[in-house]
Design a protein around this ligand. Structure first.
Ligand SMILES: Cc1ncc(COP(=O)(O)O)c(C=O)c1O
Length: 392
């Protein structure tokens, strides 16, 4: 638009847009705009109802957000994705987008505390029934299925006990029964495991964690194996309004570029610490799927191309020992979350899994002396010096 002849009050509103021709930016620009203008009313009307049309409005998607959606869908081998403002936003977009009162959900017993709390809410307030089954038992899934079962919900590597789900067996059972399978792949990322290749219909992530990797953004994403399922949930997503912000999407995109390097180091550091913790007299058990003693070790060897960067361990001295340990670390930070470059420790029973009852905590194997370590990318000897100092 030409600005000559317009008054200053109008000119400050209608800022010029750069026309980039003959080259393109290497880094994805942040499209910090809430909406898009059209020349043709018919094109605009058509765009409002389609997930794959021209950009319309920030709650629908945005070029920076779509770039993240395409990058994660590509990594996971999915048809399309919906980026959201948090991991819980992605999980809720899928659960609320596909379930209705009277439906039944099958979930694995060991789940992230926020997801477990949401499922309890669905049961208590939305009239949805749930049955919990072990993450590696397709026969239990078949036995739990009812005519009204709509969803099966799994975690590739569970939080915080690092149990690995039998994705091929569980997703195949769900598919035979006509039930949609949803897998939280936050701990593994598409670099260590791609659930869609093992039969999953939807993959969800907290991009806050490894995908972004720098502890500077909260975000989530749901990736869909089929365009049809994506389209169905997308219509609900724009009603729900759980959409990602362009700057947050940009931070996640930038973080993802170093995911492979970071994941390699997270996994090798976790191996280093898991082995040394297992040999320490103050530690009664270490939960990391790379250890031969871990119940998922064999399955993890087949499904994952690395055993992940999160481990948990039980202190022989129980809760007092756990509290002493967490106030004694100097390098590792006592903090929520995981997947960033810094090593973080927390006490799941009173933080990430505080919504679980004593019975539910016991069912998940989370004890009073269980400590979770989200292993960062520091030098492994500095990390061991810190953890062993705190144990001493
Ligand atoms: C496995 C897993 N899924 C989902 C979430 C929720 O993600 P967000 O905190 O980004 O909402 C978390 C958060 O810790 C998590 O660990």
């Amino acid at each position: 638009m030409r600005s000559e002849g317009l008054r200053p009050e109008t000119r400050v509103v209608h800022v010029p847009q750069p026309a980039v021709e003959g080259s393109r930016p290497i880094a994805m620009p942040i499209y910090q705009t809430s909406g898009f203008a059209f020349d043709d009313p018919a094109v605009m009307a058509d765009a409002m109802g389609r997930s794959d049309g021209p950009f319309v409005y920030g709650r629908y998607t945005n070029p920076t957000v779509r770039s993240l959606e395409q990058a994660v869908a590509g990594l996971e081998g999915g048809a399309a994705a919906i980026a959201t403002g948090s991991g819980m936003g992605a999980i809720n977009t899928v659960l609320l987008g596909l379930l209705k009162p009277g439906d039944h959900l099958i979930a694995q017993t060991s789940l992230y505390g926020g997801t477990a709390a949401m499922i309890n809410d669905l049961v208590g307030r939305f009239g949805i029934a749930v049955t919990y089954v072990p993450e590696n038992d397709p026969a239990a899934l078949r036995a739990a299925a009812r005519p009204e079962t709509r969803l099966v919900y799994l975690e590739t590597i569970s939080n915080p006990m690092t149990l690995v789900a039998d994705l091929p067996g569980m997703c195949a059972a769900a598919r035979e029964l006509g039930i949609v399978s949803v897998v939280d792949n936050t701990f593994a990322t598409g670099l260590l495991c791609r659930p869609i290749e093992h039969g999953a219909d939807i993959v969800v992530h907290s991009t806050t964690k490894y995908l972004s990797g720098h502890t500077d953004v909260v975000g989530g994403i749901a990736v869909f194996a089929s365009a049809e399922l994506h389209e169905k949930v997308w219509h609900f997503a724009i009603e729900l309004g759980a959409s990602a912000d362009p700057f947050a999407a940009w931070l996640s995109l930038r973080g993802m570029q170093t995911l492979a390097l970071r994941m390699e180091r997270h996994c090798s550091n976790a191996r280093h610490l898991a082995g040394r913790l297992a040999a320490h007299p103050a530690v009664s058990a270490v939960h990391w799927p790379g250890l031969p003693s871990h119940p998922s070790h064999e399955l993890a060897g087949k499904l994952l191309s690395g055993f992940g960067g999160v481990l948990s361990f039980d202190l022989a001295g129980g809760r007092p020992a756990g509290e002493k340990f967490m106030s004694s670390v100097r390098l590792a930070l006592l903090a929520p979350s995981l997947g960033g470059v810094e090593t973080l420790v927390l006490h799941p029973a009173t933080t990430s899994h505080r919504s679980l009852s004593a019975d539910e905590l016991a069912r998940n194997g989370i004890g009073e002396g269980t400590v979770r370590v989200a292993v960062g990318i520091e030098h492994p000897e500095d990390l061991w010096a810190d953890l062993s100092g705190a144990l001493a």
